[in-house]
Design a protein around this ligand. Structure first.
Ligand code: C6P
Length: 413
């Protein structure tokens, strides 16, 4: 008998109903939330899981023999299992809970620097990085007298890969790049970047903060050495994120912070460290955060990452077309491969002024340099207005944005 499988229909209104905050108003207007790249809203299932955890399961983890502590440990470790599946990591030992992308990059820059960076060495980042993937490497380089090298950004917001090839040399000790630019939306060809670096035995750290909410990530297929993302951008809570590291690296690197949880044996003369992943999780962790993150990643996987990506691609092309029809509007970031982020400016109008008018209309966008000041310098602008879309956004949201920008243009230009 022939079976036909019906394609899963994406019902954005039923998705929206799962996000209570989207029903709020802002400045007396229905909220149009277009700032998911800064932080996304949370579905009911995440809120409920965190609530249930605190009401019924809370105790400290990995410590008590009593049942409640074991249940809390199971709930926490379930988050790790889900994160492993989300990234298709080979082992749970390779999944470290951190506060977010920023802490993950600091962890690697600090510990990798201590172990491997020497005077004259080089670390390569790109010109479109978030400050979180610049400053930790700058700190490490300055501490060990190493040099930070930068992959240039082309006019359309893509990376100059020819220049990257030339930057790679015997002194290069690490390549650290974003998977997706938070300001331009550019999806970087990270598989190609990883292959080029690996050809010279150089490890690669990928900042996945803006990719995790939109893309299917397979750390084994990418063969990436380190991959980081934040829970709060992928419909999970704040204060929790994931650092993936290949076991070989995580075993070799020294611990990041000392304290409880991360030790095997302590004497005043000498301390031995816990096995992975606990070696990198000093102190009482964000247990509720891990529970909420697990629920968020399950929500994303159940909704379907390809489904989310194709819904958002539709929003991106609709918004691009509608915005470009506004006289005097320029879009920054026109890479052929883009995530659902649009940065723009109106002729001579400061982005804060546009953002303020949009705010009065109930439309939440981000304005400013988006923690990418070197990228703003590259384009010779103080900042942009950035609209970013998530699973719950609709073409009606974009219509509101476009009407708001038209109003701003007529008032300010
Ligand atoms: N970008 C934005 O509005 P944390 O703060 O640790 O969760 O994430 C830092 C970070 C790192 N890399 C990239 C590419 C990012 O986009 C961010 C956070 C937000 O664009 C807040 S500045």
């Amino acid at each position: 008998m022939e079976t036909t499988s019906k394609p899963i229909q994406f019902d954005v209104s039923s998705i929206r109903r799962q996000f209570p905050l989207l029903a709020e108003t802002m400045n007396g207007k229905p909220l149009v939330f277009l700032d998911s790249a800064a932080s996304s809203q949370k579905p009911q299932v995440v809120l409920e899981k965190i609530d249930y955890y605190y009401r019924h399961l809370h105790a400290n983890v990995h410590r008590g023999v009593y049942r409640l502590s074991q249940e809390a440990t199971d709930a926490y470790e379930h988050g790790r299992k889900v994160a492993r599946r989300f990234l298709n990591a080979a082992k749970e030992e390779e999944i470290i809970f951190v506060r977010g992308t920023t802490e993950a990059i600091n962890l690697v820059a600090d510990t990798y620097g201590r172990k491997y960076l020497n005077p004259g060495d080089e670390v390569i980042v790109s010109g479109l990085e978030h400050h979180s993937n610049i400053v930790p490497w700058q700190l490490a380089c300055s501490h060990y007298s190493a040099k930070l090298r930068v992959i240039p950004v082309l006019d359309n917001g893509t990376l100059d890969l020819d220049a990257f090839r030339k930057l790679l040399n015997d002194r290069t000790k690490m390549v650290a790049v974003a998977h997706v630019s938070n300001t331009l939306g550019t999806i970087n060809p990270i598989k190609e970047i990883i292959t080029l670096a690996h050809d010279k035995d150089i490890p690669v750290m990928v900042d996945g903060a803006q990719a995790a909410p939109h893309a299917t990530i397979d750390v084994q297929a990418l063969d990436v050495d380190f991959y980081a993302f934040s829970g709060h951008k992928v419909y999970g809570p704040t204060g929790i994120g994931i650092l993936y590291g290949k076991q070989k690296w995580l075993s070799e690197l020294p611990p990041y912070q000392g304290g409880g949880e991360m030790i095997a044996q302590v004497t005043f003369d000498h301390t031995t460290f816990a096995e992975l992943p606990h070696k990198f999780e000093a102190g009482t962790p964000n247990i509720a955060g891990a529970v909420g993150l697990g629920a968020a990643l399950e929500f994303v996987m159940e909704t379907g990452r390809e489904t989310i990506a194709s819904h958002e691609a539709g929003l991106l092309s609709y918004a691009t077309e509608q915005l470009l029809a506004i006289p005097g509007l320029r879009i920054y970031g026109t890479a052929p491969d883009k995530a659902s982020v649009i940065s723009f400016l109106l002729n001579n109008v400061h982005p804060y002024d546009t953002g303020t008018i949009l705010d009065q209309l109930g439309i939440a966008v981000r304005t400013g340099h988006h923690c990418t000041q070197p990228l703003m310098d590259r384009f010779g602008i103080p900042g942009t207005v950035r609209a970013s879309f998530g699973v719950y956004n609709t073409t009606e949201d974009i219509d509101q944005l476009v009407a708001g920008v038209r109003k701003a243009a007529s008032m300010l230009q």
